[in-house]
Design a protein around this ligand. Sequence first.
Ligand SMILES: [Zn+2]
Length: 481
Amino acid sequence: MKKLNTLVCIFFVLSFLIVDAACAKSLILHNATFYTMTGSMDVTENMETVSAVYIQGSKIKAVGDDQTILAMRKPGTVVINLEGKTVFPGFIDPHTHLFNGAQPYFDYNTLDRVQAMAVENGITSFGNMYTDQEWLDFILAYADKGRVRNRVFLYLNFNHSCGDVFGNWYEAYAPKEALAHNIWVNGIKIYAERSVCDGFSSRPVFSDDLKENLPEDSLYQNSRLHLSEDELSAVIQRADDLGYQVAIHAMGDLGIETSLLAIASVLEGKPNINRHMILHNSFLRDDMFELYENSDIVALIEPFSRCELNTYLRRGIGDDNIAYYKRWYDLSLRDIHMALDSDWPSYGEQTINPMLKIHAMVTGSNIFTVYSGECDEPIEEQTLEVLQCLKMMTIEAAYALRAEKKIGSIMPGKFADLVVLSQDPMMVDLEDIKNIKVLMTIINGKVEYGEYVNGRLKMYHFCSSKRSCTPSISDSHLRHP
Ligand SMILES: [Zn+2]
């Protein structure tokens, strides 16, 4: 009977796509484990799960057990039996360069390609963390063609990674308002330190304490801040007054400390309602943790274990500075918001894969090819729990993007952004997490990617509204199943 239902479903999906007439208005996914991600960050807490979800249009209408949800079925509802698979809220990657970092630049097909890659990896929303006027104009023109599939949150650059100041041009684009279909401006990007500039690597800025540990010929001896604490405060103040979030690139302990103090001086003890955040957070001293906590500053971290250290050591970080590096576990012990990003493609193409990210974070090994040969043994210090990683890729990442009321968990009223996985990352051996596959990705109630349903249907589109029934790469496949 189960098989018959699936076949009927396939036929139904195929038939309305082929005739390209009406779009189904509702979708039921059932017989699965949906982790709702509505609990706290407490890793000992039992995660709430449901077995079925009812989607109407772009939103989740109801969650519950199969019996309750299947009873909501109406004529025209598409029903998909997920046959025991695992479902999470769509993955959210708050710090990427998917739009500005993929080559060839300024090419619509490139943006199509990276979005397809994101969707195939279960990513439903992302932050684009470098957007100058030229890129903004290009992205908006692309969006006008109706080609943006993910939710994209733009960060407009106050300055360049080399330090050139672009200034307050961003003020022409109001924060939080949709600039185009699926495109929002969230805030501004500030480089506190030099990042990759003219082909040379980033230059973390260290305090005197850590500088003492640098070899004399270290690349980092001459690292300088782009902005003093007062200058940074002034930039943050202006953005904060206008409702923009600031996202500050800072890796060295002095760069981070300056950023933390500048944000604190703007907030003056008030809540961090604009979610000012720091990217990278690579080198931290013990006395800095309470600065995050005191101002509730959001920390975005990368999915690379300390296995990357050898690269830094070669560039002259000094053995005694290793202890300060990538203290993700120490950060996780504090009462702050943390989210996991990829900074794609800075650390290689593979970092878009959410399962490789979790694998690196929980095992302390880096199997990303960009690190091949970097470390023989995993470095287990500072690793995190699987659940923490999943939270940091869903509800906590939504918080970092100021969108936690709309996305990041599976509950009625939220947008239906979901990812179906081949296995449950919380149930398999840590080593096996890297082998888990994304089977289906749903954004706005629309199946944007799927290679599931008895292995017979590789990809298809589910249309939640007539307007969204645009032709896609899947159509040709569908017509010749
Ligand atoms: Zn970046």
